[in-house]
Design a protein around this ligand. Structure first.
Ligand code: ME8
Length: 515
């Protein structure tokens, strides 16, 4: 029997110091599109997201809000849980690091690393940035601040250490043996060069505050927040119970992260796991940053875009589409309303929406509102259908590399080809001269739209479902196994009255001016 097709993917768990903004939504939507793609492609998927609730940064935000940390994290975590409804995320689980299942997993990971001789007690003296929850070397500081611009503070404590310095060669060997582990390539090169330059042992416990997972068999120490945070990916899979979900889903297929946290995921995390005798994840993809007005979004800079505001203005699926289409996935980009409106009016309304609208309207008027009968296919018909049938392989290859924008580009090439085909074949003119040929042309177009809609589901689930409803594609025939001629539309199926799926975006002022 073929091995079961399974796929486990994760977003970072977000700090609960702030409400979610479009940067968080970006990572989550990318994972959601991939999770949906894999489910449609026949995989059993586990898609995890959640919140990172321990550490000094969260404790400080709670204190600033005049609340106890548990009450504070309960409140803010809910905003991230609500993001699933807001963005239509299909996550299968939501983990909070304050849950008992998580503490259990952290403590067991610690015990195994310790039992294998990789944890020792020592004295730490160095710089710490609470905003990044990260340690920095004196040599890394720029004008007395962390290289990220975060304030640093000097701190000295008795800490437990992880012997990271011993993991330089095993990590380099691991990267070498697993070329797909870290993407994109530029990030891989950065990390290989960082590790090649030598690693220092890492302080992994704290005694100066208490908001964290207790170190096993210790009264004074809590775990460093990043050991705690990274372990979420295993606690949600049931670790330390190594049967059940863990057996099915570990090692994870993909940790999707922003480029800000790549070192934690590709240096510390595989080292911790190897030290505990466990398998590292298969792949980490680090995407770029959205800036707004040219700067990384942050509350303090006041250039903060919330998913709710954007959706209220542009609609959910257009926002999801824009996020995944506008930037080459992996690169940074600047958010602009003008670019968003261009995408909505050009790609969605003019190109895709108009194609669907004009084809379905003609079927409605000229084919008795039924899927038309087709005759023999001509070369042009076969060319368009062939392009539609070929999309799945192209999309698969791009999704496996997390190149969402390229999968969408491939899809829009077929949208463009279909629009040219409508113009060339001019089915409206065939109505009087060759009704049979008109029916064949409209059938080919409807079948092409079926492919485009099925493949649009991962990125625009709501709009794609509406298109499939307009084509009367039954719910059971909407997965990728129905692509190609096996699931082809049945001539004679009655179709509902067509309605627009992607309206043009009209500025409020213009709408009024235009009446
Ligand atoms: O780092 N553009 O949490 P966090 C694109 N708790 N993506 C962005 C973004 C932007 N402007 N801003 C944030 C943490 N992100 C840790 C993670 S994981 C074990 C622990 C996204 O709340 C991006 O994915 O600071 C980034 O990595 C993540 O949010 C950081 O979220």
């Amino acid at each position: 029997m073929a091995a079961a097709k399974r796929y486990y993917l994760t977003t970072p768990i977000y700090y609960v110091n702030d409400a979610p903004h479009i940067g968080h939504a970006y990572t989550s939507v990318a994972c959601d599109a991939l999770a949906r793609f894999k489910r449609l492609d026949g995989y059993e998927v586990k898609f995890l997201t959640g919140t990172d609730e321990h550490g000094q940064k969260v404790a400080k935000s709670a204190a600033d809000a005049g609340m106890g940390p548990q009450a504070f994290t309960d409140r803010v975590s809910q905003h991230f849980r609500d993001l699933s409804g807001v963005m239509n995320l299909s996550n299968d689980d939501f983990i909070r690091t304050t849950e008992p299942r998580h503490a259990r997993a952290c403590q067991e990971l610690w015990r195994r690393m310790k039992a294998n001789g990789h944890i020792y007690l020592g004295k730490f003296a160095g710089w710490y940035a609470v905003r990044d929850e990260a340690f920095y070397d004196e040599s890394e500081l720029v004008d007395g601040k962390a290289p990220t611009g975060a304030e640093v503070e000097w701190f000295e404590e008795e800490n437990y250490f992880f012997d990271l310095s011993k993991w330089q060669q095993p990590l380099l060997d691991f990267y070498e043996a697993n070329p797909r582990f870290l993407a994109p390539r530029t990030r891989r090169n950065e990390i290989v060069s960082f590790v090649s330059s030598g690693l220092r042992d890492l302080s992994i416990s704290r005694t100066s505050f208490t908001w964290g997972v207790p170190v096993p068999d210790e009264s004074k120490h809590i775990m460093y927040v990043w050991i705690d945070a990274l372990t979420n990916y295993m606690s949600a899979a049931g670790f330390p119970d190594e049967s059940g979900e863990y057996a099915k889903f570990w090692p994870a297929d993909l940790h999707m992260v922003g480029k800000d946290i790549i070192r934690f995921h590709t240096v510390y995390w595989p080292a911790f796991l190897m030290a505990a005798g466990l398998k590292p994840p298969k792949r980490v993809f680090a995407h770029g940053w959205w800036t707004s007005e040219g700067q990384k979004m942050s509350k303090s800079l006041g250039n903060f875009l919330t998913p709710q505001d954007l959706i209220a203005r542009y609609g959910l699926d257009p926002v999801r589409y824009f996020l995944l289409r506008e930037l080459p996935f992996g690169q940074d980009g600047n958010f602009s309303h003008a670019a968003m409106i261009r995408r909505i009016n050009t790609d969605l309304a003019n190109d895709f929406g108009n194609l669907v609208q004009r084809v379905l309207t003609q079927i409605n008027r000229n084919c008795d509102a039924k899927v038309p009968e087709h005759g023999e296919f001509a070369d042009a018909d076969r060319a368009l259908l062939g392009a539609a049938h070929g999309l799945l392989d192209r999309a698969r290859a791009e999704y496996d590399e997390q190149q969402f924008h390229r999968a969408l580009e491939a899809q829009w090439e077929v949208v463009g080809a279909a629009n040219r085909y409508v113009d060339e074949q001019a089915p409206w003119a065939l109505k009087k001269t060759d009704a049979k040929r008109m029916a064949t042309v409209l059938y080919v177009l409807a079948e092409t739209i079926r492919h485009l809609a099925i493949l649009a589901q991962p990125v625009m689930p709501g709009s794609a479902a509406r298109m499939l409803d307009l084509l009367e594609v039954p719910n059971g025939l909407r997965t990728f196994s129905s692509l190609g001629s096996s699931g082809a539309l049945k001539s004679g199926t009655a179709l509902p009255k067509p309605e627009g799926v992607f309206p043009r975006y009209v500025e409020e002022g213009q709408a009024k001016a235009g009446g």
